[in-house]
Design a protein around this ligand. Sequence first.
Ligand code: ASP
Length: 411
Amino acid sequence: MVNKDKIALHWKIVLALVLGVIIGAILQLEVMADWSQQIAAILKFGASIFLRLLKMVVVPLVASSLFVGVTSVASNRDLGKIGLRTAFYYITTSTLAIGIGLLMVNLIQPGKGAKLGLTVPALTDIQTPGSLWDILLRMIPTNPVAALAQFDMIGIIFFSILFAVFTTTLQKSEREPVVRFFNSFYKVMMKIVHSIIALAPYGVFCLIANLIATTGFAVFVPLFKYLVTVTLALAVHFFIILPLIAKFFAGKNPLNYLTAMAPALLTAFSSASSAATLPLTMECAEKRGAIPSRITHLVLPLGATVNMDGTALYEGVAVLFIAQALGVDLGLLQQATVLLTALLVSIGAAGIPHAGLVMMVIILEAVGLPLEATGMIWAVDRVVDMARTATNVWSDSIGAAVVAHYESSSD
Ligand code: ASP
């Protein structure tokens, strides 16, 4: 039988990138002057289709993924204390990760001076929250239906979690129909997402060809700086912060634990999917890392869905990079919005390749930046995705170790 999908998606994206660069360069030639505008318009149209499709799935995907994630764990009777500790670990480490990312991107300024050929949004379109309280207040939607319709992601996330938590308090017979409905709903959404991600090579081709045609090759310098910034920030979190947590809060020798988890981490790195890696993560944590199975069975599946330090860090860096490249100065409060949204986005992102980039729409919307700016980022996303997925799984593994440590000392 002939395998239709002989070329892996990421190679198709690389090919699309190369083709996009070539076509973009041809469009810049003098002889093409008569044609280039029409062709650029067609490319822009293609890119818009891709970006609109991405935006289309975000609301139903996030709402159902959170519901499924929370209800699948919360129905476990062991929840309570373990659940609270787990949630505390997840929120703390993800916030730390975003902090490191924001620090790096502010220090290195990879986007400064870059020309993306995009119009800078009018200052009035940039969302400025009044204060930190304002950001927190905005989490509570006054009308959840309006939140869904108006793309108010923070409100949607807050309500979905609340709805899921209270669903778990129902009797089994009352709970089951709701849970079954949303499980199937989520599966449908994942199918749609998979097919949209499969269109990424075409989207990347249109975005990059259009970008090169309008701005030339200068975009590659900031893109390289962006790659260095994300990689450096991820490395700090992976090799310094998380091992320190493992040592001081889980009583583990970080190097030994890293070796124990190596098969899972390498699988995460090569598959760019923490969901696909989950069985291996559980196996390594139990058999090689000596974490009790009652902990791994609770903490790791939840972690693979909601705890994504690498994704959270990357969201912050990428959005600030885009803002810098557009010459938009995001102040402290706007960066606080980025931090909070990045945290929520990483919770809502699915553990599949490129999910983090699909979700970036949410943060860009929250601060009022144009979606087209993700074009360049798509082009190099696979490499970044591999590194952030390994970081996600490493943080899940250490989370399990920390929870196990506190469980055993409180027994
Ligand atoms: N690929 C990541 C994961 O599976 C999610 C992301 O795209 O950031 O963990």
